[in-house]
Structure formats: C-alpha cells, structure tokens
Design a protein. Structure first.
Length: 131
C-alpha cells in the first residue's frame, strides 16, 4: 500500500539518506514500505539531547537514519541503565528494547518521544510545585 505524506510549506524531511525541502504544500507518494522518512519536527540534534531519554532518542534516530543495527547492543545497554534510573518508565523502555531488537527503529522513536514528553511534563510540574 503506498504511503502518501503531505509536507507543509518549507518543511524539511529526511528521505533515505537525503534531506528534502518543500517550497509549497506538496503531497509525496512512496511505493516502498521500507523507506526511511523523518520529518523536521521529529529530528533532534545532539545539542537538544540534554537528558538521558533525549540521548536515547538521539541514538535511536541515528540508527534509524543510518539503516540500523550497527549499535543495537550499545542501545540495549543504554536502555538497561535507564531502567534502573527511571523505574516508572520501565514498560516503555522494555517496549523500546523490543523494537530495537526487531529493527523497528521508527516505532522505538515514537515511544522514546513519548518518554521525552512525559519527562518534560514531570519537570514542569516539579517547577510549579517548587514555586
């Protein structure tokens, strides 16, 4: 089944190993289900990876863009160490580990993104309580 992606004006996406930028609203249709696609809003630079979960997201992103599995052992070790630091996130971390073992990098990214959002929300609540 073809994938159709609507790109916003001047939005950048990674398609395989290429960075594409749209000029106007565009629809792109892909006929391969194994193409690497990552929107600009989902990209994280190393400078933005300021938390442990952020580093995990960044590392998964690098594997996803690069075609995967070269550092999956290192990622699994990183996930194991995060489980002891973040016991409340254990189920999500176990899910990420399963996706990494299976080479489902985009799914691992989605779960890691959810952990980042939870971490941001917890930090925001903590700041509000301390004020």
């Amino acid at each position: 089944m073809p994938l159709t992606l609507e790109v916003r004006p001047r939005e950048k996406i990674i398609l395989g190993r290429y960075v594409l930028a749209s000029a106007e609203r565009t629809k792109l249709t892909f006929f391969s289900d194994d193409v690497i696609i990552l929107r600009e809003k989902d990209l994280m630079s190393l400078d933005e990876a300021v938390t442990e979960v952020g580093h995990l997201y960044y590392d998964i992103q690098i594997e996803y863009i690069g075609g995967g599995s070269s550092a999956s052992g290192e990622l699994l070790q990183e996930i194991t160490s995060l489980e002891s630091m973040l016991p409340q996130a254990r189920s999500d971390l176990m899910l990420i580990a399963e996706y990494v073992r299976s080479g489902l990098w985009y799914k691992a990214l989605k779960v890691a993104r959810r952990l980042i959002e939870q971490d941001r929300e917890a930090s925001r609540v903590k700041r509000l309580v301390c004020e």
